[in-house]
Design a protein around this ligand. Structure first.
Ligand code: SF4
Length: 213
């Protein structure tokens, strides 16, 4: 186990060299904006989400405003992000709950966040880690899932089990850095197809599971 802890320390120090100020690439100013942007970011690039939210956040300034619009109109407003029918439904249901149970505000605990419709630990962690600066857990999105497996930090496939494995390895004061940093590493270096192992600063410690180089 101590080897694993040494390994994770090396990984974190290399990630800090590459991404000293690692943060999510979604644009937001309030916890609600980050929550909505995170819902829209499923199966979509952050760049495209940021284009859509530029006008969306002006049109919908609070949770109540999302609940008062016809769903067909909301669907059109978010259409470029894909899967817009489901996303519009989720945003309206989440905002309805925020208005009814939380006075229109995004709650700042994991226990409350995951009671919101369609909000699992990943989305909750993005909001809690980033908007509230809380070490609630480690975000496990598609990038973190893939990179953690390749590095040999987990043998699990389920995001919540992977998060548990990572939370045991990474010290809690690094959780809010580790998630965004691994997302960026996965987005730009350890890409799904053709990972750039030869230029990767983790290559000496990486087990390269399921990678042919
Ligand atoms: S060495 Fe290759 S597989 Fe390992 S983290 Fe770097 S890019 Fe990913």
């Amino acid at each position: 186990m101590s080897n694993n802890f040494q390994l994770i320390e090396t990984i974190i120090s290399h990630l800090k060299q590459s991404f000293p100020n690692a943060t999510y690439e979604l644009d937001w100013e309030t916890p609600l904006q980050l929550l909505v942007a995170t819902i829209l970011a499923a199966q979509c690039t952050d760049e495209r989400v940021n284009k859509v939210t530029k006008t969306l956040f002006i049109k919908y300034p609070n949770a109540q405003s999302y609940t008062q619009v016809d769903i067909l109109e909301l669907e059109q407003d978010i259409k470029p992000t894909g899967f817009y029918r489901n996303k519009a439904k989720t945003i309206q249901s989440v905002c309805q709950q925020l208005v009814e149970r939380f006075n229109g505000e995004v709650p700042n605990t994991m226990a409350e966040m995951v009671t919101l419709p369609g909000v699992a630990r990943k989305t909750a962690n993005v909001v809690l880690n980033t908007a509230f600066n809380m070490s609630s857990g480690i975000i496990v999105d598609t990038h973190v899932l893939r990179v953690s497996q390749r590095l040999g930090l987990t043998k699990n496939k389920n995001p919540e089990k992977i998060e548990q494995d990572l939370m045991k390895l990474v010290s809690q004061d690094e959780w809010t850095f580790f998630g965004p940093a691994v997302v960026l590493h996965g987005r730009y270096t350890c890409t799904a197809k053709n990972p750039k192992c030869l230029e990767c600063n983790l290559q000496t410690v990486c087990e390269k599971i399921n990678i042919e180089v």
